[in-house]
Design a protein around this ligand. Structure first.
Ligand code: SAH
Length: 357
């Protein structure tokens, strides 16, 4: 990756900001003030930092950027979803979403530019992989959402672009900053993965009470491999073992995300096998009807009747099931779609948000 030409302050914690202030010849309390402005006040420029002397602000201006990301485009849906397209210093577009619900303000952020996992149904996967995001670029997504909307997320979900387990160090550091600098509880943080087995175990060993979601999408290797190439490396059985390990280490419930594609993984037989596979686990299954993406394989979402039958079979087997609400109408809010539009790929106007916790 091309290194940023200048450092950015967002992504440094208070201790690092204090050190940074020292490096440019200012006393420690200036570092604390910077932290206040960045993480508590959500300042979008040095000019807003009214209690800092003009000289110090000029020095900051000269030596480093405040935010590593810049806003390119904003979309708002009628039902309370805001989606931002943000640019990195090397002109990579990434997406972040804020969803204002009755009881929470959720967010959906990206961990990579693109994704290497090549899931057959995913707009991001179809676009290929460019690079990992830095800690600053991850943290800044939450701050940019706040600056754009005046609302601060109280739930954070790594369900935007990228595979968080392939950028785990930066993701873990960002979780720490969300917790320590933004005051978001670990229990309100969600990490979603395709199921990178050794990384799930590493995350379990980190012992954070975060919420882990695994994109299972089928209980059988043949079906799963056909839509998620990662299954060749980490088959269903190993993913489930790692999930059990995570539950035993953290005491947290696991979510299995289940994307439903018509005629592919939505049969009652698949539901039955899923129920058998996860029997006795502290788990929740979230059904996500396929959000239209031009996959070349002509995937579509199942009828509501098929979804209902799938769900009924799971419930009959004692599995707790929820269904992801479709929100963000008209704003291209599903995974990878805003960026797709920006780089010239057509997207449907009735796209809906799916990937927000
Ligand atoms: N790489 C991680 C996180 C990003 S994707 C993961 O795969 O879990 C977040 C969720 O959106 C995943 O469950 C993913 O399978 C799902 N998703 C991707 N494309 C989708 C589509 N077209 N419709 C519905 N859900 C989709």
């Amino acid at each position: 990756m091309e290194e940023p030409k200048r450092t950015a302050l967002v992504g440094m914690d208070t201790a690092e900001l204090i050190k940074f202030a020292g490096r440019i010849g200012a006393p420690a309390f200036r570092g604390k003030q910077l932290s206040e402005w960045i993480y508590r006040q959500g300042a979008d420029g040095y000019d807003n930092m009214t209690n800092l002397p003009a000289e110090f602000r000029a020095k900051l201006e000269e030596s480093c950027d405040l935010h590593p990301l810049t806003l390119v485009q904003r979309q708002d849906s009628v039902d309370g979803v805001t989606k931002l397209l943000l640019n990195t210093h090397d002109e990579q577009g990434i997406e972040a979403v804020l969803l204002d619900c009755e009881d929470r303000i959720s967010s959906c952020i990206s961990s990579q530019v693109g994704c290497a996992m090549k899931c057959e149904f995913c707009a991001t996967g179809l676009g290929g992989y460019t690079r990992n995001l830095t800690v600053g670029e991850i943290v800044d997504q939450i701050l940019q959402l706040q600056i754009a909307t005046g609302k601060r997320a109280d739930h954070v979900g790594f369900m935007g672009m990228g595979e968080p387990m392939h950028n785990l160090d930066a993701v873990l550091e960002s979780l720490r900053i969300f917790n320590e600098e933004l005051g978001i509880g670990y229990r309100r943080m969600h990490v979603s993965t395709v199921g990178i087995v050794p990384r799930i175990r590493e995350l379990a060993d980190a012992g954070l009470p975060i919420h882990l979601a695994i994109s299972l999408h089928s209980p059988t290797d043949s079906v799963r491999t056909a839509i998620m190439p990662v299954n060749k490396k980490w088959p269903v059985r190993e993913v489930i073992d790692a999930a059990r390990y995570f539950v035993s280490k953290t005491g947290r419930k696991i979510t299995f995300e289940y994307l439903m594609i018509d005629g592919i993984n939505d049969t009652v037989e698949q539901a039955h096998r899923l129920g058998t596979l996860i029997k006795g686990m502290t788990a929740l299954v979230t059904l996500i009807p396929f959000n239209w993406v031009d996959t070349a394989r002509g995937f579509k979402k199942p009828s509501s009747d098929r979804i209902r039958r799938f769900r009924a079979e799971l419930e009959r087997m004692g599995v707790t099931v929820s269904q992801r609400k479709e929100r963000g109408q008209g704003i291209d809010a599903a995974c990878g779609q805003l960026r797709g539009k920006h780089v010239g790929r057509p997207i449907p106007v009735n796209a809906r948000i799916l990937n927000v916790v």
